[in-house]
Design a protein around this ligand. Structure first.
Ligand code: ACM
Length: 675
């Protein structure tokens, strides 16, 4: 009897733990307790809301019901929300929330077999709870259900942002909006809108219309559109923080307003990428008269407490060459361009404060002459963020979250704003507000930007929301695969636009050979794609490399199987790996048939050849590995040379399989045996 009981306990325990392992939640909640059973969903589902939520909650609840209805195929109409006690989902919200830094966003969720209880201080927490419920939705052969469990959840960081650069390439309004919707799905709360750059000024200014009329190619957001985005984001609990990048990165301002520049002459909208000379003149009184009016207008347009003034990468060339600026510096005891920029920032700060705003800027703005009310946005390194924290300044981290760099998601995921080894004191740690993923737009357009932001940003969202101890990379990738599909429901076009781009490249032919190749390759990392020197704002980003993802989906699957296989020797994973290797080898012929007569695809032919060869070498090595066959050092060296040749970038893409193959060669050389 004892034995049976023991087995029973084990079975229950196993069910609970395995169940908890397959929940596709992202970000992972701070506390989760699994329970037995499930809450089945049927058309009689009734929801009651108790308390004092802001009216935005009603709209979020309706969207939740619509999404649930679509996903379950069960008609859930407006009668689902009721006002009597018969409800099976009870939502209690204590008070109306305010979409501002530091607002309470916590919630607790208890799912029992007959009742669900969602409790929060503000509706912002309850909205996060609804997103959690949507992620928990599961099904079996007889019903749709939520698993019984208990969650207590709150964010680790108050600032969980996504920046979109709408200047290098204009990002259409609808794209901005569906990205905001996707942010809400993963509990992010700051949309940082990068609105002025050398390549474009993207906001309608009624006070200085030459800014957008001459400083853009006609693609800018009208004030009505901006108000709509702010309303849309606010409804989803998301702040909208604008950035006007000055004094550098400022060519577009000067096209209509050359008087702002630190050098005479005329200016044009920049079409190349990099750091350019045009810089605002910080020494002229007229400059501040201009900004008084400009920021007054923008402060009224953007209600968020924070105004981002950029401040990055001012190369100081125009300042160095302007005798009047040099004289001003001498007369005022300003010893460096950095000090001059601090003087400029100090004046801007006064203007912003007059308009009820707090100043935030990239880490170049950091100067201890500025008051502790400013926020430092660190992009160059976490050191500057920590230094700011030590000196009493609050900061936000973006270094390590540059999603324009085509890095694997895991790198961003493991980049913690406050790693365990941080030497900061508790007080200093409290000054780290959070972080932002940054989508710089040199190599994206409206049609590709979603596939660069998502799904990686969901993993970054988890880094900002969840406990630091939630850091299992393979588990993150497993959950991300599921979240990737859920994200599509928020309206983002990361999957469908990529399909469209592939169809366009294939010009009516079957796209599967392209997909088989492209799902195994990655774009060159870092800024290496710019090495080709071909890119400008006008270059069509519609090449094969533009549909390659930073985490090649088939390779991610291969790596997960490989990692698990190394741990568990699971034969199923071995077969999955073999199938993928076979797919890559056999695709060579099909891709040749597709691409050899298609000028748009031809550039990828050598990549397909390399992948096929690398896959067949890897297959052979895996077999050897299993059989415990070692290679001599001469064989190992020859293999390395052969494989290194296959690692050359082709058409700005590379093969992530290469590292696995190289590792395997090393393992065989060392004589490690698997079985
Ligand atoms: C930056 O990436 N220049 C902020």
């Amino acid at each position: 009897m004892k034995k049976i009981l023991f087995v029973l306990v084990l079975v229950v325990y196993f069910n609970l733990t395995t169940k908890s392992q397959v929940l596709n939640l992202m970000p992972w909640p701070s506390e989760i307790k699994m329970a037995q059973g499930q809450f089945n969903i049927n058309k009689n589902l009734r929801i009651i809301v108790d308390g004092q939520p802001d009216k935005r909650f009603q709209l979020n609840l309706i969207r939740f019901i619509q999404q649930l209805s679509k996903r379950t195929t069960i008609p859930l109409d407006r009668d689902t929300i009721i006002t009597n006690a018969e409800a099976s989902i009870i939502i209690k919200v204590n008070r109306s929330g305010v979409v501002k830094l530091g607002e309470n966003e916590s919630y607790s969720l208890k799912i029992g077999k007959d009742k669900i209880l969602l409790i929060s201080e503000t509706e912002l927490g309850a909205m996060h709870g609804l997103q959690t419920l949507l992620q928990l939705l599961d099904r079996n052969n007889s019903s749709f259900f939520f698993p019984c469990l208990e969650i207590n959840d709150k964010p680790r960081f108050a600032w969980r942002g996504l920046m979109i650069d709408a200047c290098r390439h204009f990002i259409p309004l609808e794209v901005i909006k569906h990205n905001i919707n996707a942010m809400a799905a993963v509990k992010m709360n700051v949309f940082h809108w990068h609105l002025s750059e050398d390549q474009g000024f993207r906001v309608e200014s009624k006070v200085f219309p030459k800014l957008h009329l001459m400083g853009s190619n006609g693609e800018y957001y009208t004030q009505e559109e901006i108000k709509e985005v702010i309303r849309y984001a606010n409804e989803r609990g998301i702040r909208v923080m604008p950035e006007f990048d000055i004094p550098g990165h400022a060519s577009a301002w000067m096209v209509g307003h050359p008087e702002l520049a630190s050098a005479g002459g005329t200016y044009k909208i920049e079409k190349f990428f990099g750091v350019f000379d045009p810089t605002i003149d910080p020494t002229k009184k007229e400059t501040y008269k201009f900004f008084e009016k400009f920021f007054k207008e923008m402060a009224q347009l953007f209600p968020d407490e924070y105004m981002h003034i950029g401040g990055d990468e001012n190369n100081g060339m125009q300042w160095d060459k302007n005798p009047k600026i040099q004289e001003f510096m001498k007369n005022n005891g300003i010893k460096s361009n950095h000090e001059l920029q601090a003087y400029f920032n100090g004046n801007l700060l006064k203007i912003l404060e007059k308009n009820g705003k707090r100043l935030i800027g990239w880490d170049e703005i950091f100067q201890s002459s500025l008051p502790k009310t400013i926020v430092i946005h660190s992009w160059r390194g976490r050191e500057s963020m920590e230094e700011a924290a030590r000196k009493g300044y609050r900061s936000v981290l973006s270094n390590g979250y540059y999603i324009d760099l085509f890095h694997n998601c895991s790198e961003h995921y493991l980049n913690d704003p406050l790693p365990a080894e941080s030497k900061l004191t508790t007080e200093e740690k409290n000054r780290i507000l959070g972080g932002e993923a940054t989508m710089w737009a040199e190599l994206v357009t409206g049609e590709s930007v979603d596939s660069r932001i998502w799904p990686r940003t969901a993993a970054i969202a988890e880094r900002f929301w969840s406990l630091a101890s939630v850091n299992d990379v393979d588990d993150m990738y497993r959950r991300l695969d599921a979240i990737n599909l859920l994200l599509e429901e928020s309206g983002i076009e990361h999957i469908k636009n990529r399909e469209m781009m592939m169809r366009r490249l294939c010009n009516g032919s079957n796209i599967e050979p392209l997909r088989a190749l492209i799902d195994a390759v990655e774009p060159l990392e870092g800024y290496n794609r710019h090495g080709s020197k071909r890119y400008t704002t006008e270059y069509p980003l519609s090449r094969v490399a533009d549909v390659a993802l930073s985490d090649a989906p088939d390779f991610v699957r291969f790596r997960l199987s490989h990692n698990d296989y190394l741990k568990t020797k699971n034969r199923e994973n071995y077969s999955k790996m073999m199938n993928l290797l076979d797919k890559w080898s056999s695709n060579q012929q099909a891709f040749y048939a597709l691409a050899s007569e298609n000028v748009a695809l031809k550039e990828a032919l050598p990549l397909s050849d390399n992948l096929a060869e690398l896959a067949s070498i890897t297959r052979k090595l895996m077999g050897q590995f299993n059989a415990g066959i070692k290679n001599s050092s001469a064989e190992t060296d020859a293999l390395r040379i052969q494989v290194e040749k296959l690692n050359k970038p082709v058409a700005e893409m590379e093969l992530p399989l290469f590292k696995v193959t190289l590792d395997l060669i090393g393992k065989l050389r060392n004589g490690e045996k698997e079985e």
